[in-house]
Design a protein around this ligand. Structure first.
Ligand code: B12
Length: 209
């Protein structure tokens, strides 16, 4: 019996549309498949790892679907890492050394929050996979979502071997994985097995009836 755990990786509290679409599609085709959505956007940061462990221990999934919404976290004015536009102007153009220093610290803070989010999410994917392997040796991880569709080439070098990296809509891919069909013609690639096809993002998605 298949058990799918959808893990929405941490981001601002914004409705997890992507995993809701995916689980709805799966439910219509495979009503017998057990599914659960675990939204790390609703969990306090200090509890990310322990809450993920507890959810996996309880549900013991056979398929892990990680949804990663955004990586490029800086908005021109006031993204969640700080305010890049103001910091850049202060650092590069201000004549006042104190303002220049403030801009420099702001930019440093931005870079730190960007890299720490990247490392944290990669860590959560590896952690989740290892934890789930305690219960199901052949559990598989699939990673997709808006951020992955933009940065799939870079992520290919960062995630555990065997992870399926999905670009764009994931419905058709999940369907093939659940049917045990070959899925490599979908917009995806497997880490450690292949590099992404050139212009993968420009391929047409499989039409859904
Ligand atoms: C609408 C939107 C917003 C709205 C959201 C409104 C709302 N209440 O939901 C607003 C304006 C608030 C917004 C804000 C931001 N956004 Co925005 N947004 C979008 C947009 C246009 C659509 C997202 C959406 O809801 N799609 C519909 C749902 C159903 O699709 P989905 O979530 O992508 O899920 C599908 C697939 O991704 C896939 N999928 C998802 N997860 C998984 C997992 C697996 C395993 C698989 C196989 C498939 C899969 O299947 C799903 C169903 O087909 C996308 C661009 C785009 N065209 O996708 C950018 C996009 C998601 N946003 C992006 C960014 C960066 C942001 C901001 C961080 C901007 C900023 N710097 O502040 C903020 C942060 C938001 C936050 N988390 O706080 C980037 C993320 C990638 C990146 N560059 O890092 C995107 C991709 C735009 C881009 N091309 O750069 N955004």
């Amino acid at each position: 019996m298949q058990k799918i755990l959808y893990i929405r990786l941490p981001c601002n509290p914004i409705f997890p549309l992507g995993v809701v679409y995916l689980s709805d599609h799966v439910h219509k085709l495979f009503p017998e498949v057990e599914q659960r959505i675990f939204d790390l956007g609703t969990v306090p940061p200090l509890d990310f790892a322990s809450a993920l462990d507890a959810c996996i221990d309880e549900f013991q999934p056979t398929l892990l679907v990680f949804s990663w919404r955004d990586i490029q976290i800086y908005a021109p004015v006031g993204g969640r890492g700080g305010n890049p536009l103001q910091n850049s102007f202060e650092f590069f153009y201000s004549w006042n050394p104190l303002l220049k220093l403030r801009g420099a610290f702001g930019l440093l803070r931005l870079a730190i929050s960007y890299y720490s989010e990247l490392w944290r999410n990669r860590g959560l994917i590896s952690r989740g996979l290892k934890r789930a392997q305690k219960y199901q040796q052949d559990v598989r991880a699939i990673v997709g979502g808006g951020a992955v569709s933009v940065f799939y080439e870079q992520l290919g070098k960062e995630l555990p071997a065997g992870t399926i990296i999905s670009v764009g809509e994931g419905e058709a891919l999940l369907e093939k994985v659940l049917r045990n069909q070959d899925f490599r013609d979908e917009r995806c690639f497997v880490v450690g097995e292949a590099t992404p096809r050139s212009r993968l993002i420009h391929e047409w998605p499989t039409p859904i009836q």
